[in-house]
Design a protein around this ligand. Structure first.
Ligand code: C5P
Length: 248
């Protein structure tokens, strides 16, 4: 009885899930982009540190590709809070593996922050903002940026079909934060139905729910092409997170 009460009154914990099993073809480098270095550390190590050093994150699930030797990675020290899981063919498959792993260790009501390994410039203040803004929310949500460009919807054959209303267009960033059980079910159902799940919010939307948009910093870029690396170095330096300074 006392245990039941404790369990019901228990505060939901926050977990991070980092999909890092992509090959990053658009980068054109000799290795997956998350293993390229910014300063003296890999992109992956920069990203992991944000969550491993955050006092409110209970643990971090890192999803890695099949050919990776985790012992050869320059991973930050984690005091038993870092768990490694094997990835899948698509990002959503990698996320599903991480959620399945977490469901054996965490509570279904706990929050999961899914964050791309390729976004090392996420400011810690944005993580704090997300936790504060969504901690009591019924659904959860995501960091996003209002679009400064006008966005065109193509006809699929190189012509403009229509122009989207700019005031309502946002770019989805990560972390995206949802309850473990709800996200796990949403991701599983949306994938099984063949729905394109390119981020967690799209799986939640598939269940008919409306994730909240939380405005985040435009510094939180996803490193995709080689020209993004210099920009990422600059943003890390501005945040005081790049040892040895910045050489363009
Ligand atoms: O390819 P994209 O840049 O959209 O990948 C976003 C994130 O998802 C990256 O951190 C990448 O490593 C990860 N990913 C994954 N498993 C895949 C494909 C991508 O974990 N099969």
């Amino acid at each position: 009885m006392a245990d039941d009460l404790r369990d019901r009154d228990r505060e939901a914990a926050f977990w991070a899930l980092i999909p890092a099993a992509g090959i990053g073809r658009r980068m054109g480098s000799d290795r997956p982009k998350q293993y390229l270095t910014l300063g003296s550390r890999t992109i992956l190590a920069h990203t992991l540190s944000i969550f491993l050093e955050h006092p409110r994150i209970r643990g971090v699930v890192l999803v890695l590709g099949p050919d990776v030797d985790p012992d050869a990675l320059d991973l930050p020290s984690a005091g038993g809070r870092l768990f490694r899981v094997a990835g899948g063919a698509e990002r959503a498959d990698s996320v599903q593996n991480g959620l399945d792993f977490l469901s054996e260790r965490a509570h279904g009501e706990d929050w999961v922050l899914v964050h791309d390994a390729a976004r090392p410039c996420l400011p810690v203040s944005d993580v704090d903002h997300l936790l504060r803004a969504l901690g009591d929310d019924a659904v959860g949500g995501l960091l996003a940026c209002p679009s400064t460009d006008t966005i065109k919807w193509s006809d699929g054959a190189g012509h403009v079909e229509r122009t989207l209303e700019r005031d309502r267009v946002w770019r989805a960033l990560t972390p995206q934060m949802f309850r473990l059980d709800v996200l796990r079910e949403a991701n599983r159902k949306a994938r099984a139905a063949g729905h394109a799940v390119t981020d967690e919010a799209s799986a939640i939307e598939y269940l008919g729910k409306k994730p909240r948009l939380i405005e985040g910093s435009a510094m939180n870029i996803k490193i995709t092409r080689s020209e993004d690396l210099d920009l990422a170095r600059l943003y890390l330096m501005q945040q005081g997170r790049l040892e040895g300074g910045f050489r363009p």
